[in-house]
Design a protein around this ligand. Structure first.
Ligand SMILES: Cc1cc2nc3c(=O)[nH]c(=O)nc-3n(C[C@H](O)[C@H](O)[C@H](O)COP(=O)(O)OP(=O)(O)OC[C@H]3O[C@@H](n4cnc5c(N)ncnc54)[C@H](O)[C@@H]3O)c2cc1C
Length: 416
């Protein structure tokens, strides 16, 4: 085995994603000799596809007390690291490296150039300026540690040693970018408390009142068309289930990672077609015939038999210009047309994903009770630091994940 001299480096960063790159850059800026070991041929593959290629770098909430509740139970844990490198520092960091950020809807901040690749270039230069040694195509296969110390990391037949180690190998979402959950296994083997990653098949949260009224009702099939900032994004068809928080059922669960992806890019809305196998014209004809046969009944009474089971009230509640007690023979043509339009496209606003709180990153990771928040050092190991998606911290979409990477990465680089 080819063993390098003891402490060839001051710091070894395993994983060259967003958090690993900023950690390496900061450590090098402090004069440390830093090595980044990255499995892929290129660094930052997930960063380059983030935010649909535009990269939602952070959420522009500079008031830490307002920002931190978004991280749920990690709020208190993050207070100290955010005081050292929070949203304000993120804005300053990118601006001072020639990439100012601009703020869009919901405080989502993007690079002015609208290119995730430019965010990567800033970090690459930050590392280069500090003289960070990068070994791409180097998958760490083994970690050796005992007595509260990491001793070495192994890449194939080569061992590398350093005074400090930063694990930044990410989670398990989008494994094609290199995040295959290796760090979870290492941390477990080191005797640390790691929550297993859970699959990101999660229901969606919807705030529209009419959806909540339908709790327990399922529709099979329905067609759901998703829109990103008003532009058609993708369509799914199959069984959906209305719940007290929004929508579930196999069709929704299977689409959840796609929904999560577009939630990172902007406002997501959807239209539900309650009669996906019947076109507008045919449905209108059927409704005319049905109303003809029930002329003297009120709309409210007779529509029950036409609408999908249990859904008539919810549909009529969306038709605010029409009195549900009107006799169907006096229902105006334009109102009937609107009713058809509604049944073919009931509108909903997607609030986010349930379960892992909208995060498109995998759930799970190192429990924060194992980590010193001031430094990102693992309590039981004197020379091990952990950053980014490896930490078990839930957060919503909107720049919160990458902010966590900048904060935890910078603080680890500052203290290692
Ligand atoms: C499609 C998509 C869009 C997103 N958009 C946004 C967004 O706009 N805003 C936002 O805030 N968040 C977004 N996120 C989440 C954000 O990208 C992640 O939270 C962030 O990239 C995680 O960074 P990380 O440094 O923790 O890990 P990663 O970026 O996952 O990096 C881990 C690195 O470690 C390497 N590695 C793994 N195992 C080994 C090993 N054994 N040896 C050596 N190297 C290894 C991997 O190859 C990888 O390069 C998005 C995520 C996805 C998937």
């Amino acid at each position: 085995m080819n063993t390098h001299l003891k402490n060839d480096y001051d710091v070894i960063v395993v994983g060259g994603g967003a958090s690993g790159m900023i950690a390496a850059g900061r450590a090098a800026e402090r004069g440390k000799r830093v090595l980044v070991l990255e499995k892929n041929k290129a660094l930052g593959e997930k960063l380059k596809i983030s935010g649909g290629g535009r990269c939602n770098v952070t959420n522009a909430e500079e008031n830490t007390r307002v920002m931190l509740p978004s991280y749920g139970s990690a709020e208190k844990f993050l207070y100290s690291p955010f005081t050292k490198f929070g949203v304000k520092e993120t804005f300053e960091f990118f601006a001072s490296h020639g990439l100012p950020l601009v703020i869009e809807a919901h405080k989502r901040a993007f690079p002015k150039t609208q290119k995730a690749f430019d965010v990567f270039l800033v970090l690459e230069k930050y590392m280069n300026d500090g003289g960070v040694d990068v070994k791409a195509g180097s998958a760490v296969t083994k970690i050796i540690g005992s007595n509260g110390q990491i001793e070495k990391v192994v890449v194939g037949k080569t061992e590398y040693t350093a005074e400090s180690y930063i694990f930044a190998t990410g989670g398990v979402s989008h494994p094609e970018t290199g995040s295959t959950g290796d760090g979870f296994g290492w941390l477990k083997n080191l005797g640390l408390d790691v929550q297993d990653p859970t699959p990101t098949l999660v229901p969606i949260a919807v705030n529209d009142k009419w959806v909540k009224k339908l709790t327990g009702i399922s529709l099979d099939p329905a067609r759901v068309t998703f829109f990103l900032d008003g532009m058609r994004s993708f369509v799914v068809k199959g069984r959906i289930l209305f719940t007290h928080f929004g929508l579930s059922g196999p069709t929704i669960l299977n689409a959840s990672s796609k929904i999560a992806d577009i939630l990172h890019e902007g406002e997501v809305t959807a239209l539900i077609d309650l009669f996906p196998n019947t076109d507008h014209g045919t449905l209108d004809k059927q409704l005319i015939e049905f109303f003809d046969a029930n002329k003297n009944k009120s709309l409210k009474t007779c529509f029950k038999a036409f609408a999908p089971d249990g859904m008539s009230e919810a549909i009529l509640s969306q038709l605010d210009t029409v009195d549900p007690l009107v006799k169907v023979h006096s229902l105006k043509k334009e109102d009937r047309k609107e009713l058809i339009q509604l049944m073919k496209s009931m509108p909903i606003n997607i609030d986010g994903l349930m379960g892992n709180d909208m995060a498109i990153v995998s759930d799970g990771g190192l429990m924060i009770s194992e980590v010193e928040s001031k430094t990102m050092k693992v309590k039981k190991y004197d020379n091990l630091y952990v950053t980014g998606d490896l930490l078990n911290i839930r957060r919503p979409s909107g720049g919160f994940s990458l902010q966590l990477c900048w904060t935890s990465g910078y603080v680890a680089g500052e203290n290692c």
